[in-house]
Ligand binder design. Structure first.
Ligand code: 4AD
Ligand code: MG
Length: 430
């Protein structure tokens, strides 16, 4: 008999099937035992009646420990009271391995303990729900760009230079040289945009952020699109189309997971285009009105972003930040060179910046000047300057942080649960 996955039990009602999995828990009431079995697709309750299995099987079931691996045979019965709507009347059970005392029990564990056991913690229901939402978001992103004829361009992870400032680079030896782990694929993607028009990359990026916050990881996944001939306005439209597409997709395909996580779904249902747009100037005024002591020219902290985002019921764009606090490649507003044509997209409910984007400088002279101001060696970026020498065009792009997006959509207090094995300032294990 071939294996059936628990999520497909509804197709086998009344039939005998084989389920291969692990014991989630077990309880006994004399002549009847209940074994919850999980197989990665769901959890089903198996009912073992003493009179209906061999004495050996019944005795074996009594010995089963949490997370023992088992192959069970049983008849699928629909039962409204059962989680998932079905249960199995077990006819046979084979033990694959009897698990040792499992460290994660149904009692409450502290976060550090769970993080130390992340390799096992992944088996829990809540982690399942979160990582399935992550999986859905990744698929939604790839579908979105595929449907719009963007070409996927994989950018390198070992790089010779910084993209987002030199203070957060991870360094590594590169034979007799030195290399850095990529902070962003953007510079390479700009080259690709000049070759293919509309491109994106989606991969891990690395930042040695000396910040211990609920929004920062040292290794995180970033989606970065880049579009030739697109300006700042086109850029924001693409961002809001993407973000609303992602949210709608998760609402459609992963509602059960959101419910498991007790997410307030009504908040997500409001995430439809257009998103509000406020300038940095207006954001400063709003913060000052809210009693924050902040002056024009300062960057926002997480708390500031939360105050701003709380004034809206969907994600909000803050655009045209001061040139002095933004990256070297951002294009100044021709009408007001003290600000750049950039935007941050702030998620609602205090989740902060999920996207940073901008129109890029397309003039070679200005770009060179900016690089000098930022102390970036011209030799290292010669190829990047070439892009402004051979058919330079206006172009724009952005980066969406996957983990912050997952945290927001799932309603999680911290990004550490949004990635299978998080890398945090104080954690490289497991
Ligand atoms: O705003 P950032 O730094 O933008 C860039 O890297 C651009 N080069 C992207 C581009 O235009 N192609 O980062 C983009 C997003 C942030 O909005 C945030 O969501 C996420 O990446 N991010 C982080 N997420 C988790 N942990 C960190 N340490 C992060 N740093 C940035
Ligand atoms: Mg940013």
């Amino acid at each position: 008999m071939s294996q059936v996955y628990i999520e497909n039990l509804n197709e086998h009602e009344g039939k005998e099937v084989t389920v291969k999995g692990w014991v989630y828990n077990r309880r006994s009431s004399g002549r009847i035992q209940f074994v919850m079995v999980r197989d990665g697709t769901g959890i089903v309750q198996g009912v073992v009646v003493k009179a209906e299995v061999t004495p050996d099987v019944f005795a074996l079931v009594e010995e089963l420990t949490q997370e023992s691996s088992v192959v069970v045979k049983g008849i699928v019965r629909s039962d409204d009271r059962a989680p998932g709507g079905y249960e199995l009347t077990i006819t046979d059970l084979e033990l694959v391995q009897l698990a040792e005392d499992y460290p994660i029990t149904p009692k409450e564990h502290g976060t550090e303990f769970l993080m130390d056991h992340r390799h096992l913690w992944l088996r829990s229901r809540r982690q399942h729900a979160i990582l399935r939402v992550r999986h859905e978001i990744i698929k939604a992103i790839r579908d979105f760009f595929y449907e719009r004829d963007f070409v996927l361009i994989d950018t390198p992870i070992l790089t010779p230079a910084a993209c987002e400032g030199t203070t957060t680079l991870f360094e590594t030896d590169y034979f007799d040289d030195q290399a850095f782990l990529a902070q962003s694929g953007q510079l390479y993607l700009e080259a690709a945009a000049m070759a293919f028009g509309r491109v994106y990359c989606f991969g891990p990026t690395f930042r040695a952020e000396k910040s211990k916050t609920r929004r920062h990881l040292m290794e995180f996944w970033m989606l970065e699109p880049e579009v030739a001939y697109a300006d700042h306005e086109d850029n924001m439209r693409l961002q809001e189309d993407l973000v609303s597409f992602i949210v709608q997709r998760v609402l459609k395909h992963r509602r059960a997971e959101l419910q498991m996580l007790e997410r307030d779904i009504s908040r997500l249902e409001k995430v439809v285009v257009p998103f509000p747009r406020i300038s940095y100037d207006e954001a400063i005024e709003r913060l000052q009105k809210a009693g924050v002591e902040i002056e024009w020219g300062a960057d926002f902290g997480g708390g500031d972003e939360t105050i701003l985002a709380e004034q809206f019921d969907r994600p909000v764009f803050v655009h045209r930040y001061p040139t002095s606090i933004k990256a070297f490649y951002m294009k100044p507003d021709p009408e007001r060179p003290e600000v750049v044509l950039c935007d941050d997209l702030l998620a609602p409910e205090g989740y902060g910046e999920i996207i940073g984007g901008s129109q890029r400088i397309d003039e070679p002279e200005l770009l060179k000047q900016r690089m000098i101001e930022h102390d970036l060696a011209e030799e290292t970026y010669a190829w990047y300057l070439d892009l402004r020498r051979y058919g330079s065009v206006p172009h724009s792009g952005f980066g969406l942080g996957l983990e912050r997006t997952v945290a927001w959509i799932c309603g999680l207090p911290h990004v550490r649960e949004t990635i299978p094995f998080p890398r945090l300032i104080n954690r490289l294990y497991p």
